[in-house]
Design a protein around this ligand. Structure first.
Ligand SMILES: Nc1ncnc2c1ncn2[C@@H]1O[C@H](COP(=O)(O)OP(=O)(O)OP(=O)(O)O)[C@@H](O)[C@H]1O
Ligand SMILES: [Mg+2]
Length: 154
């Protein structure tokens, strides 16, 4: 279903999250940024974990809640998984290696609005949410060059 510029995906269970990750993974290339938005518990880390699994990461995929960043090697590019919920000031992004991460591999960011001034215009936003029935869903919102890439891939 498409409404406006968003593409809505129901995520009734973790298997649905895994299918969304499997669909997105082949589109990714070095330099990409995925912005995972949504409230606490909406399913951001579950998606990041599913994506890393599809990309071949077999070890632990802990939430970067306290470390703010976890990095992984995959066959094709490094993946940098940020959780900026606890970011206090944007200047900390430099210390975390934000700019290097963006250039170096694929970057997945939970709580991206904490780094609003540092997000590339070309990004794929995934807005996770739970409706009243506690059923999760995701609105895919491609920005900038991602609009064309997403259209081509559908
Ligand atoms: N599609 C889904 N169906 C069922 N359960 C899910 C789904 N996605 C996530 N969950 C479960 O919901 C809980 C919270 O998910 P998750 O940790 O991914 O949230 P989050 O958005 O990363 O939250 P936070 O903002 O605290 O980091 C976990 O127990 C997870 O397994
Ligand atoms: Mg999380």
């Amino acid at each position: 279903m498409t409404t406006g510029d968003a593409f809505h995906v129901p995520l009734p269970d973790l298997a649905a999250t895994e299918r969304l990750a499997a669909r997105l993974a082949p589109l990714l290339r070095r330099g990409d940024l995925l912005a995972l938005e949504g409230d606490l518990g909406a399913g951001k880390t579950a998606f990041a974990r599913a994506l890393l699994r599809v990309l071949g990461v077999t070890g632990e995929v802990p939430s970067p809640t306290f470390t703010l960043l976890q990095s992984y090697e995959t066959a094709t590019f490094p993946v940098h998984h940020f959780d900026l919920y606890r970011l206090k000031i944007e200047i900390e992004l430099d210390e975390l290696g934000w700019h290097e991460a963006l250039a170096d591999g694929v970057t997945i960011v939970e709580w991206p609005t904490r780094a609003a001034g540092f997000l590339p215009e070309d990004r794929l936003e995934l807005h996770f949410a739970m409706d009243d029935a506690a059923t999760r869903h995701c609105a895919v919102k491609p920005k900038g060059a991602w609009q064309g890439r997403w259209e081509n891939a559908r």
